[in-house]
Design a protein around this ligand. Sequence first.
Ligand code: UDX
Length: 486
Amino acid sequence: MLERGCAERSEQRRTASVETEPRRPSWNIRSEEVAQLAVVGAGYVGLVTAACLAELGHRVTCIEIDAGRLTALEAGRMPIHEPGLAELVSENSRNGRLRFTGNFANISDITSVFIAVPTPSAEDGAADVSFVREAVELLVQHARPGLLVIMKSTVPVGTSDAIAKLPAVLDAGIEVVSNPEFLRQGTALQDFLHPDRVVIGAESAEAMGRVARIYASLEAPIVAVDRRSAELAKYTANALLATRISFMNEISHIAMAVNADIDDVARIVGMDRRIGPAFLRSGLGWGGSCFPKDVLALTSAAARYGCETPILRAAYEINQLQREYAAQLLIDALHGIDDPIVAVLGAAFKPNTDDVRGSPALTIAKRLLGNGVTVRIHDPFALANASDIVAEIDCRPDAYSALEGADALLLATEWEEYERLDWTLVRETMRGKTVVDGRNVLNGVHLTELGFHYKSFGRPAHNGNGNGTHHHTNGSAPHIAGTSME
Ligand code: UDX
């Protein structure tokens, strides 16, 4: 899905993966029992799953029907930017544990197949499972009896049950298991190889045991449940995390109104062990391929069962409002300026990925463009993907070039390099003084001292919005890093 056309863009991506991917850590988690596995789909989840299963010691065939993507993978080129993935794929391809194919006929010796194909949002927000169904149809034609189909794709509750009951699936002696993924982009290898839990939804103890043995070398609790509970748990996890963020974003407006500091509020509530510190950061809100899609899909599925979901609807709406609020802050700051220019720093929906799906940066850019604003954008990895979606934005190769003569700056993605900018130089480079810190990561005190008009999401006005309290990007508790921006 992230595959893009032009050579220049592929070049950007190739360079990116060479320069930034860290040396491959030793995961040291080999399985004693080697399984013959296949993974359908070499997208984000499929590729990570295939590479990590091979890393566990299994023999894995990854089936990708997109010929362009398949050729690229066979040549060692990654279709996505994910730290460490290129190395893991390359090493496991070299040692013969991982291979790629476009042909389902190549699975005759396979005992278990993971389905990891996209389930995009349909018009009404429901998850579209047609790719899953197509994959199952192809598998049925080539499966050997007793094949286990393991559902990794995020599917509406009841999908695995429905597939298990298809006559062709029953005739082929195929059993279906739900095994949802909880991978975050940017830390997907870590999340796969050191998970908080492995969830297996199965109807028979035999199938449960077979899947559990695939993961046996991981030090993680196995949660054995029925298929429907596994499927609902996946949606619930993402919807709950998204709701936490929206809740804090709602509180951030109250914080601004009463001149309190949302960073301190988040730190205090996060220290309550019943709450915990992760996913309390306010700002532009959530994007990506999962949270928006899954919140919508759960809302839509609930409606079909006649269940009310006011919390999910509010979480989604607040998330949209954050973008609107940021755009309006910028439009207000540009009032009276002829031919205004805004520099947007960051296009990816979060750092350490080139994924722009659901990215607040692009929603806001479109809104600004619609208001006659020139929008320049920089991102270390996601520029090509951004320009595919919003052709009118002016992509710049580095942050300073985006900032040259700009009237306002929007920090949309908290890439580390933006926190290390030379703000004195930025001040000289920009025409205007407005800085909208969409991720509450900049040192507002320092920026205010330099003469910027610093605006954030719930930091108090009395100390220049932002007292140097700085969030970890991994969602752990904020810590004081007073000089982080100097
Ligand atoms: C998410 C889930 O975390 C993962 O388990 C699931 O399988 C896929 O969806 P991902 O989309 O990679 O992973 O991103 P995540 O790190 O969860 O962040 C989602 C969004 O929330 C990002 O846009 C991020 O910027 C935003 N966010 C996160 C906040 O606004 N505040 C926070 O405190 C944390």
